[in-house]
Design a protein around this ligand. Sequence first.
Ligand code: MLT
Ligand code: MN
Ligand code: ZN
Length: 305
Amino acid sequence: MRIHVLGSAAGGGYPQWNCNCPMCDGLRRGRISARARTQSSIVVSGNGTDWVLFNASPDILAQIRAFPELQPARALRDTAIRSIVLMDGQVDHTTGLLMLREGRVPLEIWCTAMVREDMTTGNPLFTILGHFCGVDHHEIAIPSAGAFTPRGADGLEFTAVPLTSKAAPYSPHRDNPHPGDNIGMRIRDTRTGATAFYAPGLGAIEPHVADELARADCVMVDGTFWTDDEMVTLGISTKRARDIGHLPQSGAGGMIDVLRALPAKRKVLIHINNTNPILDEDSPQRAELARHGIEVAFDGMDIAL
Ligand code: MLT
Ligand code: MN
Ligand code: ZN
């Protein structure tokens, strides 16, 4: 399988349009060594020709331009994106769907019943798309009803994993969490047997999540914040990382503690918030990740498994 990172930043991207935190301002002024990043999304392929899009970020048009394999130009109107999987209903993971409205056939979208509810109520993108290309919705059952293979995932099997995180602010059940608000995905290559576990929003490591992490050859997980109080300390927000469903990297029980113990060959952080000091390639925080063999995803990162 191939995993290609279209966007590695959390909501807002990096640098964020209105932000002058040390990371955003540092990048603009050339004071730090860092790369700009678009919002969280990956594509996955089993056969190298057809791709499944995981999440549709507001930056999707630029992301498609930056990865020509998604436009094979076999017909007047064409795409290599055969289906779309949504991990949650958040703005940074769904609003790019509107940019795909010129599709020649209904968008083949896999998501949970909870995310579908959000996409037809609080953030009614499916309803809006009904006036354009339409949506061919496929439900991802929670608890998992077994592995599934969306169109364009030849040679791959996906298994959804429910996660404790948080529904989007506009969700009818924002403060009443339901299984299926957020999921992770096990992606297994049936030929090589290799598995990846993808979870860009991960708030807690429940036992079933620890099992998934332990069996994966590649983990690509929530890299949003370095500390729980990162945005509070900067004076940007009153929200703590854990309040909004993101496990911070540092500290006891943080993501570094979780990842360092895993046998996985690749340990990759994705969905990096623009405030996170790991964006600075010369920072002590980045050096600490490197010491533990933990990589920081960047736009264009390509992983073959
Ligand atoms: C999140 O991951 O917590 C959300 O996407 C934040 C946002 O984009 O507003
Ligand atoms: Mn997000
Ligand atoms: Zn910033």
